[in-house]
Design a protein around this ligand. Structure first.
Ligand code: PGA
Length: 241
């Protein structure tokens, strides 16, 4: 089954969170769907979400606990009931200078706490135009997943999100996305053998109800990571369907 993950970024009031889940609860259809609200809304989302929706976080600290003002630990996310965390989203990489090595530490923290990880990779427009896409993405995989030896089935997911497609309305063509997904699949297999083969691969970047079906029709695309179109319950449900 395809997995649709909503990344709400720094959006949604409490009232909007309530309205969103009211509509999801009213649907008779059931899909596997995950949502990452702002950290402060995780508790509320957990109270309201129907059973078929898992709730997670958009980021976590690379540290266990202690004097790290403003940070949220993977242990606390687990403790309040979150079930997954995004690591290495391009906005974290670009706006908060997160490196592959920092991502590796965050991933280790999250896996240690039993959270699932959605590790985000993807090239910028300049990197794509200079033919560096696969080089960049493979390096993000090698460095971000360094020192990882084992994880439980389903605990590691990789999201391919070309930076030029995020929030721009410029979606990668299904063939462009498939090419990179195939390369990611074989790199994961090279790094982790059969365990790497089983990692789900999500595509992200301007996924909308009208382009999702063609993307999901590709062999190596197992689901979608969705920003803008995940904010309204109607669009989110349309994506899932
Ligand atoms: P978008 O965002 O769907 O609004 O392009 C995707 C993401 O940032 O994960």
């Amino acid at each position: 089954m395809k997995l649709i993950v909503g990344n709400w970024k720094m959006n949604q009031t409490q009232a909007q969170v309530r309205a969103f889940f009211e509509m999801l609860n009213a649907t008779t259809r059931r899909h596997e769907a995950w949502i990452a609200p702002q950290a402060l809304h995780i508790g509320l989302a957990l109270q309201l979400a129907p059973a078929f929706v898992r709730i997670g976080a958009q980021n976590c600290s690379e540290h266990d606990s202690g004097a790290f003002t403003g940070e949220t630990s993977a242990a606390t996310l687990k403790d309040i009931g979150a079930s997954f965390v995004l690591v290495g989203h391009s906005e974290r990489r670009q706006l908060f200078a997160e490196t592959n090595t920092l991502c590796a530490h965050k991933i280790a923290q999250a896996l240690k706490q039993g959270l699932s990880v959605i590790y985000c990779v993807g090239e910028t427009l300049a990197e794509r135009e200079s033919g560096q896409t696969l080089l960049v993405v493979k390096r993000q995989l090698q460095e971000g997943l360094q020192n990882l030896s084992t994880w439980n089935p389903g605990q590691l997911i990789v999201a391919y999100e070309p930076v030029w497609a995020i929030g721009t309305g410029k979606v990668a063509t299904p063939a462009e996305a498939q090419d990179v997904h195939l390369a990611i699949r074989s790199e994961l297999q090279r790094l982790f053998n059969t365990q790497g083969q089983q990692v789900k691969l999500l595509y992200g970047g301007s996924v909308k109800p009208d382009n999702v079906a063609d993307l999901m029709g590709q062999q190596d695309i197992d689901g979608a990571l969705v920003g803008g179109a995940s904010l309204k319950a109607q669009d989110f449900l349309a994506l899932c369907q």
